[in-house]
Ligand binder design. Structure first.
Ligand SMILES: CC(C)(COP(=O)(O)OP(=O)(O)OC[C@H]1O[C@@H](n2cnc3c(N)ncnc32)[C@H](O)[C@@H]1OP(=O)(O)O)[C@@H](O)C(=O)NCCC(=O)NCCS
Length: 177
């Protein structure tokens, strides 16, 4: 378990900014390492670089990176969850490099993402696919005010554990009065 002081000093040196074209290699390394585990995202664990980056840098999607000591240690995307009449609800996806997980980077990116979503005028945020065994994610989303609004029985085929439930999680944003 990391000491709170260590976590705080790491977070102070963390910079979160919009992704640039030349961040792609670093983002791909993180993406590949995260999906290869087959325990949190539905992507093919052997997905190609082109497909992965095509998704992460997709249309209507804003992509961000977390930088620590000039190294990209995490990335997140923010986009409308639905088109047109559902576009006031945001959706986001987060990936921290496996070697950097558990040090507060996910929380820092999520807090940044919530601020960005509010700034952009979204009224709520929805996570469509939170795997029930993904304890760090569940813990973090709950701590940030998301609640489980639905369960999709066996909707994820975990690479080691087989069929696992998936949660849909939701929270309003401050923009709502
Ligand atoms: C989920 C993820 C984004 C969290 O980022 P992180 O940097 O590892 O997490 P943090 O260090 O910011 O910790 C977040 C919270 O989870 C808790 N946590 C971390 N590891 C945990 C574990 N193994 N079990 C339970 N809780 C855990 C921490 O205590 C922390 O809570 P707090 O901020 O209230 O103290 C990151 O682990 C990740 O990229 N995982 C793989 C991809 C993924 O699951 N993405 C989300 C899909 S919904």
């Amino acid at each position: 378990m990391k000491q709170p002081q260590a976590r705080n000093s790491r977070r102070q040196s963390l910079q979160i900014r919009r992704a640039r074209k030349n961040d792609r290699d670093a983002i791909w390394r993180i993406f590949r390492a995260v999906v290869a585990r087959g325990d949190t995202y539905v992507f093919d664990p052997h997905i190609s670089r082109t497909k992965a980056l095509g998704y992460w840098f997709g249309q209507k999607r804003r992509c961000y990176v977390a930088v620590s000591d000039e190294r990209i240690v995490g990335t997140y995307i923010l986009n409308p969850n639905q088109p047109a009449l559902g576009s006031h609800v945001a959706n986001a996806g987060f990936m921290v490099a496996p070697s950097a997980q558990g040090r507060g980077i996910g929380r820092a990116m999520a807090e940044h993402c919530l601020r960005e979503a509010e700034r952009l005028g979204f009224r709520a945020m929805q996570f469509n696919f939170v795997v029930a065994t993904n304890k760090p994610a569940l813990q973090l989303w709950k701590a940030l005010g998301f609640r489980i609004v639905g369960t999709l029985p066996g909707a994820f085929r975990h690479i080691r554990r087989g069929f696992i439930d998936v949660y849909v999680m939701y929270r309003q944003l401050k923009a709502v009065v």
